[in-house]
Design a protein around this ligand. Structure first.
Ligand SMILES: [Fe+2]
Ligand SMILES: [Fe+2]
Length: 474
């Protein structure tokens, strides 16, 4: 059941060959996708052979095949985890009903919006990362970047499949529009803020894959609970791919910190070509706060609608023992509010309206674990300094804290005070210039690493670190 059919032009495990209309629609979209990939995908590496994994099955074990492939020849396709014919909806107003195999008419528009918003992030990140290959710190890292990129491309396929299969003409139009918007474009930007921010260097890339891909993890987990079964099954498989993206970020920042801590034993990391820890901290502050915004407003009628409609659950809504009940009714969430003078009150928000914040709580907790593991690296290297997460109120552009100023500790600040100290907390143009000055060319000799990052403890898929992860065409 988990096996993927690679005989068809579009690899899939959902029998699209049986639905001629769908197959034709997707085959018409495919060349436009490839055009987008050639224009907006990794620049300068499309003819090279990259050691990539490709999904061969959606079963828990052994779903991936590894081998060298040119990125434009990657077998993008449509993979859903197997369906459970007895699955019932387990939260919201439709709790107890059989999971939906078709889109309920009353929810058609909001469901389409949820899918389009998720789908839009996938190509956006490829666009943000398209120039990074040219300054890669090693072949190992270059390969990891490309693995992330092709899988984000596949995630786009996953959402486009849902649009084509379940939303008719509107869905087809949305699928086209997903290839037309561009990250950072003034006239036609991507939908969400963090996906329009430039990702100019590898420190940003590692912070992005740590924090922004992790937002993706929590959005996918919430949608994996959905009463709309095809969406739940799609997100379940995407989550298995997403884990690698967060691994790339988590270990990437960890290796940067390790290298810096090693250098600090010899002297000033800055004169030794490493990235000072306070600079890393600023990028953590930046990408973490941008990613917090992606969860949406703390008090949200949309969030209440999505939960009530049984379309988007909480993190692990279905896990035994995790929540006492699943309607979200008759309960409140304590939300700290501030007025423009910094006066502080607690509002008791109806729980359904607070579902974005509830999901953000799970995310924050997960990020805390990442920070602890980074600090263990510093500790092990005998370094006294530590990194930390800024408070969730810091540097926000969405929700009840946007428009107000807070320190990284979460204390209310007057705007002038905040502006005067901002340079201590967020990357300055000089920081960005310094980081970029370390990354002016690609390091492509097998087993060699740039001076600002430690090698990983092991290679990919049991291969040695000095393996030929990317075979250049010339
Ligand atoms: Fe993704
Ligand atoms: Fe991702």
């Amino acid at each position: 059941m988990g096996t993927i059919n690679y005989q068809e032009r579009i690899p899939n495990n959902v029998d699209i060959g049986n639905d001629r209309r769908l197959q034709r629609a997707l085959e018409a979209w495919q060349p436009n996708y490839i055009d987008w990939w050639m224009e907006m995908g990794p620049e300068g590496f499309q003819q090279d052979d990259v050691y990539l994994r490709t999904a061969v099955s959606v079963d828990k074990d052994g779903w991936a095949h590894f081998g060298h492939v040119k990125m434009p020849d990657y077998r993008w396709g449509i993979f859903l985890t197997p369906s459970d014919p007895n699955r019932a909806i387990h939260f919201g107003d439709h709790m107890g009903e059989k999971a939906w195999q078709k889109v309920p008419g009353e929810y058609r528009n909001i469901l389409r919006r949820i899918i389009v918003t998720q789908g839009d992030t996938e190509p956006a990140s490829v666009e943000q990362q398209r120039l990074l290959g040219q300054t890669c710190p090693s072949l190992y890292d270059l390969r990891n970047l490309f693995q992330v990129n092709v899988e984000e491309g596949r995630h786009l396929w996953a959402m486009v499949y849902l649009l084509h299969r379940y939303f008719g003409r509107d869905g087809r139009e949305e699928a086209e529009a997903l290839l037309e918007r561009r990250s950072g474009d003034i006239d036609s930007p991507r939908i969400l803020g963090a996906f329009n921010e430039p990702c100019e260097h590898w420190l940003s890339f590692f912070c992005f894959t740590t924090f922004t891909d992790r937002d993706g993890k929590y959005q996918l987990r919430a949608l994996a609970e959905s009463g709309f079964d095809p969406l739940a099954r799609t997100c379940n498989f995407m989550l298995t791919e997403e884990a690698h993206h967060m691994f790339v970020g988590h270990t990437g920042v960890g290796r940067v910190l390790k290298k810096t801590a090693e250098r600090m034993k010899e002297g000033d990391p800055r004169t030794l070509g490493a990235i000072p820890i306070d600079m890393v901290q600023k990028y953590i502050n930046l990408w973490y706060s941008l990613s917090l915004d992606l969860f949406g407003g703390e008090d949200s009628s949309n969030a209440a609608t999505f939960f009530g409609a049984s379309l988007k659950g909480r993190d692990q809504e279905g896990k035994a023992g995790k929540y006492d009940e699943h309607t979200g009714l008759g309960q409140t969430y304590d939300l700290a509010l501030f007025d423009k003078d910094g006066n502080h009150t607690i509002e008791k928000l109806p729980l359904r309206r607070a579902m974005n914040e509830v999901l953000r709580d799970a995310y924050v907790e997960d990020c805390e674990k990442v920070i602890r593991s980074w600090n263990r690296i510093l500790e092990k290297e005998g370094c006294e300094m530590r990194v930390k997460l800024p408070h969730r109120r810091f540097h926000r552009h969405q929700g009840v804290y946007s428009g107000l100023c807070f320190s990284p500790e979460g204390e209310f600040m007057r705007r002038e005070q905040y502006e005067a100290r901002k340079r201590e907390w967020l990357p300055t143009p000089e920081d960005s210039a310094y980081v970029k000055s370390l990354m002016t060319k690609a390091i492509t000799a097998p087993g060699k690493f740039a001076d600002w990052i430690a090698p990983p403890p092991r290679g990919i898929n049991g291969q040695p670190i000095e393996f030929d992860y990317v075979d250049f065409a010339h």
